[in-house]
Design a protein around this ligand. Structure first.
Ligand SMILES: [Cu+2]
Length: 275
């Protein structure tokens, strides 16, 4: 790595850390942390990650220090006659109890976060994402007229022409309103796929014959990218996900336009029941 490359990376990292990048920020070269969170779930995942990082660091430093201390202090030349002691009740209780306490300290916020992710609040918008080899089909159910459409990854040329990032841009994007609970129902049409957006802290397998549910509440407007995150065949890398978070007004306009643009969902079929 050249010094210049390192400095560019460090500057980019500082920007990410300061939250100075736009909501549609993509990962940058030499980035080590997460992309800036854009949902309450991802904010909590990130803070839990930071908590774990410090616990892990403290444990690692303590164990490394003990190891070095033992290697030096009890080396053969300094300690020619080793001690024959092989039981110490206090020590044994301590090295059992302390790790248990550490694990409990980790488990409590971990379970809280798991429940927060799993417990879907009352959704404002429901979308079904169907993974197919190799694209996504989306369904927006609606009382009057639901609609469905396919979302395909762009070719390199099209991505360039549309100023979209390579292997992340799609032809028909998913549009959702900002600060609203969006429930995503996933299923697979052929093999297992996985619908994932890093900034929303969402990754849900799309399994044939099964409906999985997840949710997010986008806290900022912008464009967010994700990828199919379950190895699903030859073109697994070419079924990206693009979500645009917009204001309520823009969302209403998009819904009205899309109802006209995309074929209406038939009623009484196996698709998501109109609500
Ligand atoms: Cu896939």
């Amino acid at each position: 790595m050249t010094l210049r490359k390192f400095l560019t990376g460090a500057a980019a990292l500082a920007l990410v850390g300061a939250g100075a990048t736009a909501a549609s920020a993509l990962p940058v070269d030499w980035q080590t942390g997460f992309q800036a969170p854009a949902s309450p779930v991802m904010e909590q995942i990130e803070s839990f990650h930071h908590e774990l990082f410090w616990i892990m660091t403290a444990v690692s430093v303590f164990v490394a220090f003990l190891l070095i201390w033992v290697i030096i202090k009890f080396r053969a030349s300094a300690n020619p006659t080793p001690s024959k002691v092989h039981h110490n009740t206090l020590l044994e209780v301590a090295w059992t109890l302390i790790p248990v306490i550490i694990l409990v300290v980790i488990a409590i916020p971990s379970f809280k976060l798991l429940y927060f992710e799993a417990e879907i609040p009352n959704p404002d918008v429901k979308i079904r994402a169907i993974g197919k080899q190799w694209f996504w089909t989306y369904e927006y159910p609606g009382a009057d007229a639901g609609f469905t459409y396919d979302s395909l990854g762009l070719s390199d040329e099209d991505a360039k022409a549309k100023n979209e990032p390579r292997l992340l841009g799609v032809d028909n994007i998913v549009v959702v309103p900002v600060n609203k609970v969006v429930e995503i129902e996933t299923t697979g049409a052929d093999v297992i796929h996985s619908w994932a957006i890093p900034e929303f802290g969402v990754k849900m397998d799309a399994v044939p014959g099964k409906l999985n549910h997840t949710w997010f509440k986008a806290t900022k407007t912008g464009v967010f990218y994700g990828q199919c995150s379950e190895l699903c065949g030859a073109r697994h890398a070419y079924m990206p996900i693009e979500v645009k978070v917009v204001s309520d007004e823009e969302y209403t306009t998009w819904l009205a336009d899309s109802k006209k643009k995309f074929a209406a969902l038939e009623t009484g079929n196996t698709r998501l029941a109109a609500k």
